[in-house]
Write a new protein. Structure first.
Length: 90
């Protein structure tokens, strides 16, 4: 079975997040609860960096990540992995 990298983003044809994934909707998360993901993305997408950080907001984007305000027809759901393989940095 495939195991994603923590922080990996995937576009899927369904509207829910399976175990180990979160919808990339810009929400604020607790650093304490998502330490591995925070270690990779930090405050790139917002948050205070002490207790909270934000996910990227990929709503209203097409499958290539391009902003499409009001995008609805066949809209994929953008997910980000918070469990999986921790990537090594070069």
């Amino acid at each position: 079975m495939y195991e994603p990298f923590v922080g990996e983003i995937a576009y899927v044809a369904f509207n829910f997040a399976p175990p180990g994934w979160l919808v990339a909707d810009g929400r604020s998360l607790s650093i304490r609860d998502y330490q591995m993901l925070f270690a990779l993305v930090g405050t790139t997408y917002g948050g205070n960096g002490v207790t909270a950080f934000n996910l990227p907001d990929l709503r209203e984007t097409d499958g290539a990540g391009n902003k499409q305000p009001g995008y609805q027809v066949g809209k994929p759901t953008a997910l980000i992995a918070y469990q999986g393989v921790f990537p090594t940095r070069p």
